[in-house]
Design a binder for this molecule. Structure first.
Ligand SMILES: *Cc1c(COP(=O)(O)O)cnc(C)c1O
Length: 397
């Protein structure tokens, strides 16, 4: 890679900052250490306490904690009954796992376009893709903003579809006052270190449906049950457990659960700081015609995971690559979220072609995510704003 040019010779800051970073405090470390000294270090009391806390935070009746967000999506797709010959409509701008979970089950993802201004899945695009084989939707709360639940719910009821919400970005967000996690048939969360709260790795599925809950609990642990009413050969023998279907080992350790539980207590503080930073960026960038600010729907009360800096190509004489590299050279390192899923070469090999989702493809060419996380200081945020302004000034038409 060539050395990046810094305009004016000196970058706005010495130390690099990246788009996301975890916040681990002393009490998080203490919580993990305490669990490691206990009797059960996997599937113990912390996992159960975490599930109860997730029900409290999301308002859902049931929560199933798993090893990571991808495992959550896999189990949700399995519990939804997606299989060979089925079609499942998926957001085109998302992490690949949102679509991979459909493939894991032998079904086929069908990519819906995004709205040009909110970047969330467009319900009209969803509706236009429905066929007799459509079984469900995987909709992503992109950047943390809620999907349009009223419209998606109507479509699901009309066509008998299962809605899986990929809320990897959206812990703490509400739609019309109702927390994300209690609205869709199943909602999947990720607790990877870049997300708002973390367990190192971690994931969860929430649902209000008892049958789905029982199925999820079973496939989390190999498809093995200890419940007599699920057994083909029921017995009250103490040792007996029975595998009744093919499942996985997607369990989370108790020390990860302890970390995540401790982090969830801090969610209001983490969310408030993220909101402050987003407000500052929005205030600065909405004044600049060279940039486009993401539209927020009034129904969503958003805990924002990502801040998308979008270029207005009519006002800048650079492309996204040049702008990205210039920001990187200023040590305020961005990332791009995301390549349209079907542009990945793996999906290309499956037969998906460019041109499927014009809004998603245009979006991809114009965006980058700039630093947004709890631990950013006001000075860090100033640096990011100064770096962006410096580059806009340089490339302004
Ligand atoms: C992070 C993420 C996932 C996957 O979560 P992991 O915990 O990394 O497996 C899935 N979907 C989206 C939208 C994500 O951002």
């Amino acid at each position: 890679m060539e050395q990046l040019a810094v305009f004016g010779g000196t970058p706005v800051r010495e130390e690099r900052i990246y788009y996301g970073r975890q916040c681990i405090e002393q009490d998080d470390i203490d919580a993990v250490a305490e669990t490691l000294r206990g009797d059960l270090i996997t599937c113990g009391p912390k996992v159960e306490a975490l599930e109860a806390k997730l029900c409290e935070v999301t308002g859902a009746k049931y929560a199933v904690v798993v090893a990571n967000g991808t495992a959550a999506l896999h189990l949700a797709a399995l519990a939804a009954g997606f299989g060979e010959g089925d079609e499942v409509i998926v957001s085109s701008i998302t992490f690949a796992a949102s679509a991979n979970c459909v493939l894991y089950c032998g079904a086929g993802p069908v990519f819906a376009d995004i709205r040009p201004d909110t970047y969330n899945i467009d319900p009209e695009s969803v509706e236009s893709l429905i066929t007799p084989r459509t079984k469900g939707i995987v909709a992503v709360d992109f950047t943390g903003q809620s999907v349009e639940h009223d419209a998606l719910g109507r479509i699901c009821r009309k066509h008998g579809l299962t809605l899986i919400e990929d809320a990897a970005h959206a812990i703490g967000t509400k739609y019309k006052g109702q927390p994300i996690g209690s609205i869709a048939d199943m909602t999947c969360f990720s607790f990877h270190p870049v997300k708002t709260v973390t367990g190192g790795e971690g994931g969860a599925i929430t649902t209000n449906n008892e049958a789905l809950y029982r199925r999820l609990m079973r496939v989390r642990t190999h498809g093995i049950t200890r419940s007599q009413d699920e057994m083909v050969h029921p017995t009250d023998a103490r040792w007996y457990n029975e595998q009744v279907e093919l499942g996985y080992n997607y369990r989370m350790t108790d020390f990860q659960a302890a970390l995540l539980l401790n982090q969830l207590h801090k969610l209001p503080r983490f969310a408030a700081r993220r909101r402050e930073i987003v407000e500052r960026y929005d205030r600065e960038f909405s004044r600049m015609p060279e940039l486009v600010v993401q539209r927020e729907i009034p129904e969503s009360d958003t805990t924002r995971h990502l801040y998308i800096l979008r270029l207005n190509p009519d006002r800048l004489k650079c492309d996204r690559r040049q702008f990205f590299d210039a920001l990187y050279a200023e040590n305020t390192c961005p990332q791009v979220h995301y390549l349209p899923v079907y542009w990945h070469s793996y999906y290309e090999k499956l037969g998906y072609r460019r041109g499927l989702c014009p809004n998603a493809e245009k979006y991809y060419e114009e965006v980058m995510s700039i630093p947004l996380y709890y631990g950013l200081t006001d000075e860090d945020v100033d640096d990011v704003v100064r770096a962006v302004k410096k580059i806009v000034d340089y490339y302004r038409v």
